[in-house]
Design a binder for this molecule. Structure first.
Ligand code: B12
Ligand code: SF4
Length: 594
């Protein structure tokens, strides 16, 4: 895609590549259609397009930008090299938004390019997290230096001009480190991808980050060490501009990727503007946001979210055991507030999805089974996503273990929060892996899926939308052996895309097996779809469906702390309730004496 004057004398080739990673059999995870465009890729694309428009390489140089998301597009290394050759190797390959689990794949993509003398730079959470928390060489950063790749740590708003110029003049530095200088976001180019790229996904939605930074200090989190704890945000004008731009392409659904939009200090102005775009200008916005468990306490937050077009909300619930939450320094999560918060979203007919981490110190297979059962019965939660507690490079947990020299999983490809990468005090690696797999089938039983459908009908959430989520979340691990956040429509594979350390399989074995597996997966998914459709129809036809009530949907009551297993059975629950009551008494005494 050309971004500036076609009459320019030289054309700088800028390839933005978002690498995928390898599955357990060593094949690149790639789909016919991925679910949603990558926000990191869209962010880099918009910043690069702005550089092209401003002619940062001079008036005689055009910048041709090509964006490749490997989760939906096969990377043709030979074609990239040929294109560079046609342009006298004038350009840059940028490996974009590379996470730790994508780092080995990113290096495999870089290797032949670097060997062909093409300038390559790498950025994203792995290199930024490592430079923020470690010694500048761990974990495996030396590999970049050996290959001659430029490492970019930090955010590139306002800095890409420099990198492009350095590449154009053949003077790329080995490290660009902006970790101590996080840029403001107001007025900077907002994430955007042209329609042809969006069409390689389901094509109906895209994403943007309205802000970065989170004030909390969870010890497993990499985000605070990369993006900081201070809230930085886009202005309402920035958000309106990007919404309108996407609307010209027919896109009106957005995933706002802020890890905690409730702590974006500009949330209200942004919601107000989105409300105006929706209610006054008729843009049919549909939004998904990520929030914390105390968001319902912010005056107007939930109500304005509804009016702005929020239909789904992701909540970092993480665990229902207060001892575990304390161990991870996630003290802001109060189990006494979980039901209030979830019911507040339910009252607005908004779907709730919760992240739930398995493998905190007090977890055992038995306690996890019990906790899932409590969640199903007592929390009005729709979808749950399980993650394996992982010391991600860039987190405080990883830094502590690394400093102590504790042995950790050496293969970075496994740091995808689905694999066990460290030891646990109570579970063996095998037990931990097994309970992670089991957790999905424990939550998404046919019985519980029917309950979720009943709750949706009773609370006015569109059942069709819930059915799509139930298919994605209940089938991903069972059918694809992948987390629901990694899946797409129709898995594609190629024998050439296997990890170089593993043997190349014969086409005679590979393709028949691929065809058989694809047919089997399609049949399994179709079978579930039919069952869900039949259940939904039966529930919708039930005259009592709208009046359905169960323990989870029951409004929060005075005696919850005596009757709910959530507040009596988990370790630390009674202490948490006692603490909550003490604070309530003290604050009411304070109010009375004031
Ligand atoms: C949105 C998101 C998703 C979305 C992605 C879809 C979408 N629309 O983007 C979904 C929900 C699908 C998802 C899935 C996963 N995610 Co995610 N995700 C995020 C999240 C919340 C935001 C990413 C983002 O857009 N950031 C904003 C961009 C602009 O920041 P950035 O990528 O760092 O890029 C900036 C700089 O790094 C730099 N830069 C980046 N690349 C380059 C390259 C060059 C050359 C240069 C010069 C500069 C540069 O410039 C950019 C602009 O300033 C992050 C957390 C976070 N706050 O970033 C987690 C995060 C990236 N995800 C993470 C993980 C683990 C995953 C999964 C593996 C989980 C799973 N098992 O399913 C999958 C992998 C899917 C995939 N194929 O990528 C981890 C990665 C941890 C790590 N340290 O490696 C993070 C950090 C969250 C966490 N738990 O800590 N994710
Ligand atoms: S609330 Fe989320 S983003 Fe904030 S520190 Fe905790 S895990 Fe990180």
């Amino acid at each position: 895609m050309s971004q500036s004057s076609p009459a320019a004398k030289r054309r700088f080739q800028l390839f933005l590549i978002k690498p995928s990673h390898y599955d357990d059999e060593g094949y690149v995870i790639r789909w016919w259609r991925s679910i949603i465009p990558s926000n990191s890729l869209a962010a880099l694309y918009a910043i690069a397009a702005d550089c092209a428009e401003r002619q940062v390489l001079g008036p005689d140089v055009a910048i041709d930008i090509e964006a490749i998301d490997e989760t939906n597009t096969r990377i043709d290394i030979a074609a990239i090299i040929a294109r560079f050759r046609r342009h006298g190797d004038f350009g840059l390959v940028a490996l974009v938004g590379v996470q730790s689990n994508q780092y080995p794949r990113a290096l495999d993509i870089a290797r032949p390019l670097a060997a062909a003398g093409i300038p390559v730079a790498i950025g994203g959470f792995h290199v930024s997290g490592c430079l923020a928390m470690l010694d500048g060489r761990a974990v495996d950063l030396d590999a970049c230096k050996d290959l001659g790749l430029a490492i970019f740590a930090g955010e590139c708003e306002g800095r890409l001009d420099q990198v492009l110029n350095d590449a154009a003049y053949g003077r790329l530095a080995s490290v660009y480190d902006f970790m101590n200088d996080l840029p403001g976001m107001e007025g900077t180019p907002a994430p955007f991808l042209p329609k042809p790229y969006v069409e390689r996904t389901l094509g109906r939605s895209t994403s943007f980050d309205a802000g970065r930074g989170c004030p909390y200090q969870c010890s497993f989190c990499t985000i605070i060490n990369v993006q900081g704890r201070k809230s930085r945000y886009r202005s309402a004008d920035d958000v309106e501009r990007l919404v309108r731009l996407n609307w010209t392409q027919g896109i009106h659904k957005f995933f706002i990727t802020d890890d905690n939009f409730a702590r974006n200090r500009n949330w209200e102005a942004i919601f107000d503007r989105l409300i105006r775009l929706r209610e006054h200008d008729g843009i049919p916005l549909g939004l998904m946001i990520q929030v914390d468990t105390l968001c319902h306490k912010i005056p107007n937050f939930v109500k304005k979210a509804k009016r702005a077009g929020v239909t789904r909300v992701f909540i970092g619930l993480e665990n229902i055991n207060p001892d575990n939450l304390a161990a991870a320094n996630k003290r802001q999560n109060k189990i006494t507030e979980y039901r209030k918060m979830l019911l507040a979203w339910k009252a607005e007919g908004i779907m709730t999805l919760a992240g739930y981490i398995l493998g905190f110190p007090a977890d055992t297979p038995a306690s996890i089974r019990r906790d899932i059962e409590i969640i199903q019965r007592e929390l009005p939660l729709d979808m749950i996503e399980f993650f394996v507690l992982t010391p991600l490079p860039g987190s405080e947990d990883h830094q502590t273990l690394w400093r102590k020299g504790v042995p950790l999983e050496p293969d970075l490809n496994k740091y995808d929060v689905e694999h066990v990468c460290a030891a646990h005090p109570e579970m063996t690696k095998e037990e931990w892996e097994a309970i992670y797999q089991e957790a999905w089938s424990l939550y998404y039983t046919p019985e519980h899926m029917k309950t979720l459908l009943r709750r949706a009908v009773a609370t006015g959430f569109p059942v069709r939308s819930l059915v799509a989520y139930l298919v994605q979340f209940s089938m991903a691990v069972r059918v694809e052996n992948l987390h629901p956040l990694q899946i797409g429509i129709f898995r594609l594979k190629h024998p050439m895309e296997r990890r170089p350390e593993l043997p190349r399989e014969s086409s005679w074995i590979f393709w028949p097996r691929f065809a058989w597996q694809s047919a089997k997966k399609t049949a399994t998914v179709a079978h579930l779809l039919v069952r869900l459709a039949l259940w939904s129809r039966a529930i919708a036809r039930d005259p009592g469906a709208r009046a359905y009530m169960d323990e989870a949907l029951t409004p929060v009551g005075e005696d919850d702390d005596a009757t709910l297993d959530l507040l009596t059975k988990t370790a630390g629950a009674s202490a948490a309730v006692a603490h909550f009551k003490k604070v309530a008494v003290l604050t009411s005494v304070g109010r009375e004496s004031a």
